[in-house]
Design a protein around this ligand. Structure first.
Ligand SMILES: Nc1ncnc2c1ncn2[C@@H]1O[C@H](COP(=O)(O)OP(=O)(O)O)[C@@H](O)[C@H]1O
Ligand SMILES: [Mg+2]
Length: 239
């Protein structure tokens, strides 16, 4: 039987340098959903995502993805990770980059064009990747990850610095991917993005202060604005 959980973390502790970045974190994420990982800069979003991708050294705890331990060869083939810093080749054009990843994934030219269109970069196909803006490079990385068609897609702040129209289009794409059975974990430090997610994990100082739907979050805090809801929960968790 297929494990219904995309992510299953228990008692995760991560120390980076001298910092206890994640003191003790337990969470599960179901398949076929868009889960937002929201919290201010420095709260540990990237560290948590690295742990799920299986590239972070853990102090203790257990991280399972798609029914098995994170970071194994088997897991890595099924998990896509788009880092905050673009992981595509600057000296290739956008299309050359995607064709390279398409060759690795064994996908067609049509799929390559579709990935390009999905991230709104058709007009930049022949541009040198080095000449793109940061947001555009992130989208090339995202398209490359889409070509690998991972079951679990980890996106670290993919919408930072994008114009609102493009941001909305990307969130629609995430929802469509989830409707097709993929699982997406999308981090952001912009609270209004929480409203676009099926579920929201609110993180503060390495701890989860909420794990619920946006509506539950509003209900529990009595706030309609999600930024205000976060502040209310932050105050409660500090008290
Ligand atoms: N390589 C590192 N060595 C020591 N501390 C680190 C390292 N990387 C991150 N940190 C610390 O871990 C905390 C969480 O960082 P990070 O996971 O990048 O947060 P976020 O992605 O939410 O901005 C921060 O306090 C940061 O200073
Ligand atoms: Mg980060």
């Amino acid at each position: 039987m297929m494990d219904p959980l995309a992510i299953d973390i228990e008692g995760l502790v991560v120390i980076r340098g001298k910092n206890l970045v994640i003191p003790d974190l337990t969470v599960t994420v179901p398949r076929g959903s868009v889960t937002g990982l929201l919290g201010p800069s420095g709260c540990g979003k990237t560290t948590l995502i690295r742990s799920i991708a299986g590239i972070q050294r853990l102090q203790s705890g257990r991280v399972h993805v798609l029914g098995g331990p994170a970071g194994t060869t088997a897991a890595r083939e099924r998990v896509g990770y788009v880092t905050q810093n673009s992981s595509v080749y600057p000296d290739l054009t956008v299309l050359q980059n995607l064709r390279y990843f398409a060759a690795l994934a064994g996908t067609s030219e049509a799929a390559t064009r579709e990935a390009l269109a999905n991230v709104g970069l058709e007009g930049k196909a022949d541009a040198l990747t080095a000449d793109l803006s940061g947001g555009q490079r992130t989208r090339v990385s995202l398209a490359a990850a889409l070509l690998m068609d991972p079951e679990l897609l980890l996106l670290d702040e993919p919408t930072v610095g994008l114009d609102p129209v493009l941001r909305r289009d990307l969130w629609h794409l995430f929802a469509a991917l989830a409707a097709g059975g993929r699982t997406l974990l999308v981090s952001s430090h912009v609270m209004d993005e929480a409203g676009r997610c099926d579920r929201v994990l609110l993180m503060r100082e390495g701890r989860l202060i909420a794990d619920s739907s946006p509506d539950e979050l509003r209900h529990r805090t009595g706030q309609t604005d999600l930024e205000q809801a976060f502040l209310t929960l932050a105050e409660r968790s500090a008290a």
